[in-house]
Design a protein around this ligand. Structure first.
Ligand SMILES: [Zn+2]
Length: 96
């Protein structure tokens, strides 16, 4: 088995799922600074993405399938290419 290539990135702000619901932490209702954990070998899957909030809660978010998360990340990087530079910062902050 190969080690999955996982990238963790912060969503730029509150995110509205395709079903119209704002994605929030089920435990503390945080909607900002949510971090998506993505397996880069599984970016075309309908499985839920794993999210974590600033308080350290983690959950599988059915409103954000992995394929959708990958599309959002691509758009975010288009709009803000500097985001990749902050991934190291994120790793420090979240201990990934
Ligand atoms: Zn939380």
């Amino acid at each position: 088995m190969s080690t999955p290539a996982v990238v963790r990135w912060a969503m730029p702000g509150p995110f509205t799922a395709p079903d119209g619901r704002v994605i929030a932490c089920p435990q503390c209702q945080a909607t900002e600074r949510l971090v998506v954990g993505m397996d880069l070998d599984d970016v075309d899957s309908p499985e839920p993405s794993w999210l974590s909030c600033p308080a350290g809660h983690a959950w599988p978010e059915a409103g954000l399938p992995r394929g959708t998360a990958a599309l959002i990340l691509a758009e975010v990087l288009d709009a803000e290419p500097g985001l990749l530079a902050s991934l190291d910062e994120l790793r420090r902050e979240y201990g990934a």
